[in-house]
Write a protein that binds this ligand. Structure first.
Ligand code: SF4
Ligand code: MG
Length: 321
């Protein structure tokens, strides 16, 4: 598979200002040097505890928020160098599905209005019956009846609302969709339906997904590869089956030890991490995980471990791997 997206040393720092004269006192390093690649047609899951920078990474890649530093190469285009007009055109290729469709859909707009909006922005020549047909087609593609196009978001269930959010993201035939916890607000039975739909759509339209999630059982089901984030950095990136069978980074090992497995013989000893995730305002020096790592040594407190290839296709950022 070829590379669709390459992210190098991506940073998003939020300045902190305090006091009467709003003096700059530091920065929250929400994303602090993320490196990853997304291959054409795959689903790359991005996992980690809340606050590790997953959503910020997704939004910064699409420039829904402006990155502080780093490189984003999408299909040969340097996304950070795009001016407003070129970025607007690029948005037809890179879309986002949000966690809470209720918050991301305008409650005053009917489904028709919501789904017509991308066409009005990017294909203003489309109108009348043709536009109506496109909206109907989009609704059918995500399993909704076009007869309900005149309804408002509150008239739909949570799962149906997420289908509307997916239809909106697909309107312009994107190549790449960042899905930010797309099913975590839904009941488990509905989750499976929406995930199944997303997999069908991926196959049908050749989509590439970045799937942000904290739910490892969902990640195991849907992803080809996984990037594990801790305090604004990717600490391990590996094929899903390898990561679940043989996690390398001590943080990944701890995450994996909490996943229930059906076969008790395969159960790993539960690794309980001490302490909380440190503040991204003041991350620990050296390896940011050293304050909680059960195997940290002296070098861990001094040197930042680089994300490096451990075996073909597997990368980890740890001095001891
Ligand atoms: Fe633990 Fe050191 Fe590896 Fe960081 S570099 S994960 S502290 S062993
Ligand atoms: Mg999030």
């Amino acid at each position: 598979m070829t590379t669709l997206l390459e992210v190098r040393d991506l940073k998003k720092h939020y300045p902190i200002r305090k006091g009467l004269f709003s003096k700059l006192t530091g920065a929250v390093k929400a994303v602090d040097g993320v490196n990853l690649t997304v291959l054409r047609g795959e689903t790359l899951a991005v996992v980690g505890e809340s606050g590790c920078g997953k959503s910020t990474t997704g939004r910064a890649i699409l420039r829904l928020i402006e990155p502080t530093d780093g490189e984003i190469l999408f299909d040969g285009t340097d996304v950070r160098s795009l001016g407003p007009e070129a970025l607007r055109r690029m948005r037809t290729q890179m879309q986002m599905v949000f966690q809470d469709p209720y918050a991301s859909l305008d409650p005053r707009w009917t489904v028709r209005q919501t789904l017509e909006e991308p066409f009005a922005t990017h294909m203003p020549e489309l109108a009348g019956a043709e536009l109506k047909d496109r909206v109907a087609e989009l609704m059918e593609v995500v399993g909704l009846s076009p007869y309900h196009a005149h309804r408002y978001p509150h008239e739909f269930s949570g799962g149906q609302r997420q289908r509307i959010g997916i239809a909106r993201a697909l309107a312009m035939n994107p190549k790449f969709v960042v899905c930010d916890e797309p099913v975590s607000a839904l009941d488990v039975s509905i989750q499976a339906q929406v995930l199944g739909l997303m997999q069908d759509l991926q196959e049908r339209f050749g989509l590439t997904y970045m799937f942000i999630s904290h739910d490892l059982s969902v990640v195991k089901l849907i992803s080809d590869r996984v990037a594990v984030m801790y305090l604004g950095k990717v600490v391990e990136l590996a094929p899903t089956k390898d990561l679940f069978a043989n996690p390398l980074h001590p943080y990944t090992k701890a995450l994996m030890s909490a996943v229930p497995v059906p076969n008790p013989a395969q159960r790993r000893e539960r690794v309980i991490l001490r302490g909380d995730v440190p503040s991204p305002e003041n991350p620990p020096p050296g390896c940011a995980f050293h304050t909680r790592c059960p195997v940290a040594t002296d070098i861990c407190r001094q040197e930042v471990p680089a994300l490096r290839e451990i075996s073909p296709g597997t990368q980890a950022a740890c001095h001891l791997v």
